[in-house]
Design a protein around this ligand. Structure first.
Ligand code: NAD
Length: 504
């Protein structure tokens, strides 16, 4: 009973009207608060998780936490369901995913509000995530019936060679807090379409969306054991035995490069297949011939979407010296018009950062840049209100070597450096261990193509600040990861190739 763990008076106080408080309470009361194993909601043997509203720091719900033994129990459930799910007709799997997409449209408001409450993003963006996250269900419902192989003669003429694709087997999916729904659907949908069963472990900061989504999947007809959810605030202890278990056949992780590296090392013992969607440090290059209206629009989207907390967030604005002042002045005007507040409030586009630690980290990056000579055009401080907020900020003249150019900012800070020719832009853009996405603004199509070829990234936006799409392969090179999610490629992360020779 959520009312046991939710402070109603506090929620009524923080929500902006009594009506919205009631809506939030009613929604929170409906969110499951236990582990989902083999189609049943069960208690966990570990410490419970206290979930907070980052806009206020208040407790919104307490849910069950798994023990390491629960981790094995949940894998048991996925293993037990694996054979039957792999044998389910692709069309049947497709129709369940399609039904899940339809249910998500019907329950759009619940999912959007829940993400805003537990993660902090503005409601309009949360609705956008429901659309984006939902598209993976629809796309992979369409891909489930198109899994195909090859057939050919051996070059010697001695036989036929048949190549088929089989589900890889039980998968362990670990997701981050920044896109609570989309990071789950981007993994669950292709896994189910391929015929795999899964255990998903959402981030401890935002577990509620995944729990509500598990309920939706059950309603859509996903059989017991095909999708299982464990929640824990001790991810390392609960995940390690699952990863070490030889029955697990695949690990798909989205999160920081530091944790990804550790998981790759753990996966090495069992030669476990992995997909790794890790951090980013996206360059946003503006040439002197760029349409500055488009570049400024693109910058606002690439930087301030999700309060700057996206792996695809533009981290380094590399702007031609001839247009740098004008670009800086125009983005500063736009940034000054952004409203900071709880994501449920009207007109808010900058919600809180996920937790206090995140604000301290952004503060330290800004301080380091300023110490090295950067100028603060706007922001550069915490706004005067409670909660883990940081004011949207523009920095210019950011010196080479500043931490803010090397590390993921993960906050609403736009940092500008300048360049004077194309080679220098390429060198600066590639000067990072990451390689997720790059953004380039230029009116010269040939130059745009050259930049696409020369930047070491898995994805590029040419004259746009947003590239994510369920129909496109999302992923990075270098330390941004391994594998791709979405597109034609996404389902192959959950399939293994089998070749058979049939002598004639
Ligand atoms: P994180 O690495 O701290 O955590 C990610 C997930 O891993 C969470 O579920 C967490 O509980 C779990 N985890 C942490 N330590 C673990 C361990 N030892 N064993 C098993 N699980 C463990 O990342 P975060 O702070 O939640 O997310 C932000 C990061 O995610 C950023 O670096 C961002 O760039 C990245 N990200 C990448 C993509 C992408 O697609 N490339 C998308 C979104 C976020």
């Amino acid at each position: 009973d959520a009312t046991d763990t939710t402070d109603i008076a506090v929620l009524k106080h923080i929500a902006h009207t009594a009506d919205t408080a009631d809506v939030e309470l009613e929604l929170l009361a409906r969110v499951p608060d236990r582990l989902y194993i083999g189609g049943a909601w069960v208690d966990g043997g570990g410490t419970g998780i206290v979930v907070h509203d980052p806009a206020t720091g208040r407790v919104i719900k307490t849910i069950a936490g798994a023990s390491p033994a629960d981790g094995i129990r949940v894998l048991d459930a996925a293993v037990e369901a694996a054979e039957a799910w792999a044998a389910t007709a692709p069309r049947a799997r497709a129709e369940i995913l399609r039904r899940a997409w339809e249910l998500l449209q019907e329950r759009r408001d619940d999912f959007a509000l829940l993400m805003t409450i537990e993660m902090g993003k503005p409601l309009a963006e949360a609705r956008g995530e429901v659309t984006y996250g939902g598209e993976f269900l629809r796309w992979f419902s369409e891909e489930a019936v198109r899994i195909s192989g090859r057939y050919g003669q051996s070059p010697e003429g001695a036989g036929t060679m048949v190549v088929t694709q089989r589900p890889v087997g039980p998968c362990f999916l670990i997701t981050p807090w920044n896109f609570p729904l989309a990071m789950a659907t981007r993994k669950i949908a292709p896994a189910l379409a391929a015929g795999c069963t899964v255990v998903i472990k959402p981030a401890e900061l935002t577990p509620l969306t995944t729990l509500l989504f598990a309920q939706l999947l059950e309603d859509a007809g996903v059989p017991a054991g095909v999708v299982n959810v464990i929640t824990t605030s001790d991810s390392a202890a609960v995940s390690a035995p699952i990863i070490a278990d030889p029955r697990l056949r695949k690990l798909s992780f989205t999160g920081s490069t530091a944790v990804g590296r550790r998981l790759i090392a753990q996966a090495a013992d069992g030669v476990l297949r992995t997909s790794m969607e890790l951090g980013g440090n996206a360059p946003f290059v503006v040439f002197e011939d760029a349409d500055l209206d488009k570049a400024v629009d693109g910058a606002m989207l690439a930087k301030f979407r999700n309060i700057g907390q996206a792996c695809t967030a533009a981290n380094r604005f590399i702007v031609h010296a001839d247009v740098a002042d004008e670009f800086a002045q125009r983005v500063t005007e736009r940034v000054n018009a952004l409203r900071v507040g709880r994501g449920t409030e009207d007109g808010v586009s900058i919600g809180p950062l996920i937790e206090e630690k995140a604000v301290a980290s952004v503060e330290a990056l800004v301080q380091d840049a300023v110490d090295r000579g950067a100028r603060v055009l706007t922001g550069g401080h915490r706004p005067e209100r409670d909660g883990s907020f940081y004011a949207p900020t523009v920095l210019t003249d950011v010196a080479t070597g500043s931490d803010i150019l090397r590390e993921e900012i993960f906050g609403p800070v736009l940092a500008i450096t300048t360049f004077s020719d194309e080679d220098e832009a390429v060198r600066l853009a590639n000067d990072t261990e990451y390689g997720l996405v790059g953004y380039v603004f230029t009116a010269d199509l040939a130059r745009g193509h050259r930049m696409i070829d020369r930047l070491d990234t898995g994805m590029m936006g040419l004259n746009t600040g947003l590239v994510s799409n369920a129909a496109a392969p999302f992923g990075g090179v270098k330390q941004s990861g391994l594998g791709r999610e979405g597109g034609l490629e996404g389902i192959h992360e959950y399939l293994s190739t089998k070749y058979t020779l049939i002598p004639t």
